[in-house]
Design a binder for this molecule. Structure first.
Ligand code: HGA
Length: 609
């Protein structure tokens, strides 16, 4: 959340900063700004709203400079107004951009006020600018002033700072929020994410926790948390620039829905070795660790949490291992009891989700047998800090509402389930059968995508409603939760998910002709029960949209519309049934005219608690 970018070169970097912010806009988009140092001194421009508003202002003012920092904001402290937008400036001398939260900002603010500093914003960020300015009075350099300031800050954050006393320098630091340095030729860059830098370089240094980077156009020096020069490898990224472009699709979300078939294939392939699922893919110690595991404890947030719930059903049913799952934001504040030989499993698309990362760090101190992450970003904190990792290969996901990252997490859960199941009686032949089923997931998704036109037509019937219910049973319940989350995230329609059997314990009271019910009801052992639940709805005048499969005997009638998906093995049904729900949410949102890729109040990669 919040994206920051910085550049130092021998050319005008303002156009690059603006483009970089456009790439980072998925992280926050309520206001944006840039600051540069040029012959007129420290100059900043900020605008409320999208980066485009900033771009227009910059074009009008003709601002230029060979170095600068920029920011696109997702407000945590202070409303999205121009005075709260970054960069924040102290005494026309220091400018700062910041991602994260400074937890002790109130006391710092009071202290700075007694020192005579005046505040223009309600942000926690402004204290950083003033503290750096304050330290510059006694320290010999921007690097030293930033380092002193970092000692005083509590919280998780990344910052970049410039000072008009050292116009050829950017100092940036990472503590809890991601930050990457891009290495160019006589120019260097820094950003929250490589996507902002791909137009300029492929060579990156992924900063580690506590790192401070001192950057000129000629040199990059990284200091570790103890203030010592740290050797950090330069890694060459193979992410393609067009992987972060929309191409012919009207929205990233639609592109990413359509990319799922290939993303699933890419996720499965590296986990197979010699025609068998390979535990070594999780890490060198995987076999030993999995041998010792007797329980699994899953933590995640949002969409990843739903993948965790699907995983818990699979792990208990097929993997025969006790498993629990909970929200990462709750976990570490409730004094959890840690049982022996328990694996702590976390899921996060970005690997920087603050709550999940904090849960992992808590768990590492709490006596679990080992930690395992399922993540889409190999350079992320989550991957680096867990003992084992299942890397999904969804490719960059830009739409704020997660799609391909979710279905590839489900694929990872399937594979991990088989790793556990093979220790608990699943024989080789059965495992091979499941592997063949996993290989069919991509084709099944393609068949589901063929329903896109029909789903678009049906979306009209939901577009004017204010509330909706999603129903599922068994492992389709978390898929109903995910469908409801997609709809509310991007269409702003209130959507709630219930297990079908829970309906009569309360929500049935809500049913009338204005409350559409979306049911996920493949032909599985629970379909007869689900059918009975749906009859209870129909008997009360509720309108049904049912996603079933070719083999089931649901038929469209007056009050109900049935869409049929290909029949697949239960094992991959959660992956398949996710797709029509994503398309439904997408088309409803398009009809309602919302900002599909950047829905209000949300941002991707939730790096604040
Ligand atoms: N706390 C700062 C930065 C917000 C942020 O990182 N959001 O994800 C602010 O409110 O401006």
């Amino acid at each position: 959340m919040c994206g920051l970018v910085g550049a130092i070169a021998r050319r005008d970097v303002i156009p690059f900063l603006v483009d970089g912010l456009r790439s980072l806009e998925y992280r926050g988009y309520d206001s944006a700004g840039v600051a540069t140092l040029n012959d007129k001194g420290l100059y900043k421009q900020r605008a409320v709203g999208k980066v485009e508003a900033l771009a227009q202002q910059l074009a009008a003012t003709g601002m230029s400079g060979t170095m600068g920092i920029g920011h696109t904001r997702w407000a945590t402290h202070g409303r999205p107004e121009e005075n709260n937008a970054h960069p924040h400036v102290s005494t026309e001398m220091v400018a700062v951009v910041h991602n994260g939260i400074i937890e002790n900002y109130e006391e710092m603010r009071r202290e700075l006020q007694t020192l005579g500093y005046e505040f223009e914003s309600q942000t926690d960020t402004e204290v950083i600018a003033h503290r750096i300015h304050h330290h510059l009075q006694s320290q010999h350099s921007l690097l030293a002033a930033v380092t002193e300031t970092l000692k005083e800050l509590e919280g998780a954050f990344a910052i970049a700072a410039i000072s008009n006393e050292e116009p050829g320098r950017i100092v940036a630091a990472r503590r809890g929020s991601p930050l990457v340095v891009g290495i160019g030729k006589e120019e260097n860059f820094v950003a929250s994410d490589v996507t902002a830098l791909l137009s300029e370089t492929r060579d990156f240094i992924f900063l580690e926790e506590g790192d401070v980077v001192d950057m000129t156009s000629e040199a990059v020096t990284v200091y570790n948390e103890y203030g010592r020069v740290a050797e950090r490898p330069i890694q060459t990224s193979n992410v393609k620039k067009n992987a972060v472009e929309k191409g012919d699709y009207p929205h990233f979300m639609l592109k990413e829905i359509y990319e799922q078939s290939i993303a699933l294939r890419q996720t499965l392939a590296p986990a197979i070795k010699d025609e068998r699922l390979d535990e070594g893919y999780l890490g060198t110690d995987a076999e030993d660790i999995l041998d010792r595991i007797e329980r699994i404890h899953i933590c995640a947030c949002g969409t990843s949490y739903h993948a965790g719930v699907v995983g818990s059903y699979l792990l208990e049913k097929l993997g025969k291992i006790p498993c629990r799952v909970e929200h990462a934001s709750e976990y570490r504040y409730r004094s959890p009891v840690v049982t022996d030989n328990t694996l702590f499993l976390v899921l996060s698309q970005s690997g920087e989700t603050a709550d999940t990362l904090a849960a992992l760090r808590y768990a590492k101190q709490a006596g679990y047998a080992a930690t395992l992450s399922i993540c889409n970003v190999d350079s992320s904190s989550l991957v680096r800090e867990s003992d084992l990792c299942f890397l999904t290969h969804a490719g960059p996901e830009i739409g704020v509402a997660s799609t391909k990252a979710f279905t590839t997490q489900l694929m990872a859960m399937n594979i991990i389930t088989l790793f556990m199941a093979r220790r608990r009686g699943l024989d080789e032949a059965e495992e091979q059968r499941y592997l063949q089923v996993l290989k069919q997931a991509s084709a099944a998704i393609e068949a589901a995508l063929n329903l896109d036109g029909q789903i678009r037509d049906i979306a009209m019937s939901l577009a004017d409603c204010s509330h909706s219910l999603f129903l599922g049973r068994g492992n389709m319940y978390p898929i109903a939760m995910e469908g409801a989350l997609k709809l509310k995230e991007i269409s702003y329609i209130h959507a709630e998910a219930y297990p079908g059997g829970e309906l009569k314990h309360g929500p049935l009271a809500l049913i009338d002709e204005d409350m559409p019910i979306v049911a996920v009801a493949p032909k599985d052992a629970l379909q007869p029960k689900m059918k009975a639940n749906l009859q209870e709805v129909q008997a009360r005048g509720g309108k049904l949209l049912i996603f079933a499969d070719q083999g089931s005997d649901f038929e469209s009638a007056n009050q109900s519309t049935v869409l049929k998906l290909p029949t697949v093995d239960d094992f991959i049904a959660p992956i398949l049934y996710t797709v029509p729900l994503q398309l439904l949410a997408y088309h409803v949102a398009v009809i309602r005219g919302t900002n599909v890729d950047q829905p209000r109040n949300l941002a991707k990669s939730v790096t604040v608690e």
